[in-house]
Write a protein that binds this ligand. Structure first.
Ligand SMILES: Nc1ncnc2c1ncn2[C@@H]1O[C@H](COP(=O)(O)OP(=O)(O)OP(=O)(O)O)[C@@H](O)[C@H]1O
Ligand SMILES: [Mg+2]
Length: 248
């Protein structure tokens, strides 16, 4: 088994006004190369914190997070995050926003790659637009192009579809799956946080369920469904019911 990412007994607490706030506790799991994981759990149970630690934006208070056998202590160029809030720079064009992910590359390569990935996410022709001129779905596509253009081994997604209408979300979900299923394209691993249990079952090959804060793993469920997954399938509905009952 090729382990891409491992979390061993990861805990995180914050100190607020001399009070210790335990956010996540004793989280351990391994992610194989070519695996997609969905993480669900009640609001405030530490999901974003967990993802930020994997992204190297925060350090665990205890425990270890390793990517390809090495401890993560800072953001890794092969681990990219797509945020719920798009996180685009409003004064930069669509093309410039994507190029920001490629600042370590030569200018001509940067331009070529940014244009190619914008095209791949369906934004051909909008290179010169500013984020305010785009719909929410298009903004999230820019966020996706920016993350995908780095060709990351691991793509972290923090509720990336929750600000979008259902149809736009479905289209973007399918586009991301296309990248993930295509062995010639990156990412190799997706870790998705979501409140939407159907989304978790449809995107995750495994669904990890967290308890309320401090978040602990209450279940780690393998989703054994044929692709493409069909949400009207009886087995699909069973997974949704099982996970729902674990959360409520
Ligand atoms: N930088 C920080 N300093 C202090 N407390 C923090 C910090 N970041 C998060 N917290 C606290 O940690 C807890 C978990 O926050 P987090 O954003 O990880 O939850 P979440 O599961 O992503 O919630 P939601 O589903 O609402 O997005 C919250 O109580 C929050 O106030
Ligand atoms: Mg969150």
């Amino acid at each position: 088994m090729l382990v891409e990412l491992s979390l061993s007994n990861v805990s995180k607490s914050y100190e607020i006004d001399n009070q210790k706030l335990d956010v996540v506790q004793n989280i351990s799991f391994k992610v194989k190369k070519r695996e997609s994981i969905a993480i669900v759990g009640p609001s405030g149970c530490g999901k974003t914190t967990l993802l930020r630690m994997i992204g190297g934006l925060e350090m665990p208070t205890q425990g270890l997070i390793k990517f390809q056998g090495k401890q993560i202590t800072e953001p890794h160029p092969k681990i990219m995050m797509i945020f719920q809030s798009f996180a685009l720079l409003p004064w930069k064009t669509v093309l410039e926003n994507v190029e920001l992910a490629l600042l370590d590359r030569p200018a001509d390569e940067r331009r070529e790659k940014a244009l190619r990935f914008l095209d791949m996410v369906g934004l051909d022709g909008f290179e010169g637009s500013y984020p305010r001129e785009l719909s929410g779905g298009m903004r999230q596509r820019v966020g996706a192009a920016r993350a995908l253009a780095r060709e990351p081994d691991i793509l972290l997604l923090d509720e990336p579809f929750s600000a979008l209408d259902a149809l736009t979300a479905t289209n973007l979900r399918n586009d991301l799956l296309r990248f993930y299923y295509d062995r010639k394209l990156k990412p190799d691993v997706m870790i998705l946080i979501t409140h939407n249990i159907e989304e978790a079952v449809s995107l995750g090959e495994r669904v990890i369920v967290l308890s309320k804060r401090p978040g602990k793993i209450v279940a780690d469920i393998k989703i054994d469904l044929e692709r493409p997954k069909n949400s009207r399938d009886e087995k699909f509905a069973k997974y949704v019911d099982q996970i729902t009952s674990l959360i409520t």
